[in-house]
Design a protein around this ligand. Structure first.
Ligand code: CA
Length: 222
């Protein structure tokens, strides 16, 4: 999953970039509202973490303009502690959730996971489940019929994306765009390697190849 972090406080942004990276998210960071406006509309983010007090264009205005442009990406707003007015304004402007500063990293992690499940039609699941698999996002492993199967970081990132997009046809380029940040070189052939490793661990039929089109996780018959 690829996230956009909009935060002008550099120490906090550094801390969040590191924490989100450890959680297996690809993250692009901008510190200015004008950059956020542009970046949010040109790149296919899966979620945005948006600070409200920003130079350039205020966070609320960024959010209003994105929503006016029909950008439906889930947005988690970061607000100053105890300012109920900011929270209300954020929600009115189209935020999907908010978090008051300072916050515990685990709370951010759980809210991101919940927002992503909700955005992909799984609002009632406490954990990500698909095709008989349960993804343990804290341990970055997958459980099938009570058996833990270990995953490398790259396999975990890919499987999480597949599990959130079950049954959908996903091209290698699409997967590369959502698994790597803007700084990373995207080699879509690497995706093929990781798909094959996941098949080795989870069984051949779990990911179907459509020649020339891409992959489908948990398609018909699985
Ligand atoms: Ca700020």
């Amino acid at each position: 999953m690829r996230l956009l972090l909009v935060e002008d406080h550099v120490p906090l942004a550094d801390e969040l970039m590191a924490a989100l990276g450890r959680l297996g998210y690809a993250v692009d960071w901008v510190a200015d509202g004008r950059d956020a406006l542009y970046q949010g509309t040109v790149e296919p983010y899966d979620l945005v973490i948006l600070d409200l007090g920003l130079p350039g264009v205020p966070g609320l205005e960024v959010l209003r303009q994105w929503r006016a442009d029909s950008l439906s990406v889930p947005v988690l707003v970061l607000t100053a502690r105890g300012t109920w007015s900011e929270r209300i304004e954020g929600l009115k402007a189209g935020a999907d959730d908010y978090l008051g500063k300072p916050f515990h990293p685990e709370e951010l992690q759980l809210r991101i996971q919940a927002l992503l499940r909700r955005a992909h039609g799984m609002p009632n699941q406490p954990q990500l489940q698909a095709a008989g698999l349960l993804l343990d996002e804290a341990r970055q492993c997958v459980i099938r019929e009570g058996v833990h199967i270990t995953l490398t970081c790259a396999e975990f990132r890919l499987l999480r994306y597949f599990m959130l997009h079950s049954g959908q046809l996903l091209s290698k380029n699409h997967l590369a765009e959502h698994l790597y940040d803007g700084e990373n070189e995207r080699d879509s052939n690497v995706i093929e390697v990781h798909v094959n490793r996941l098949r080795g661990k989870l069984g051949k039929t779990v990911i179907e190849t459509r020649r020339g089109q891409g992959y489908r996780f948990a398609g018909v018959g699985t």
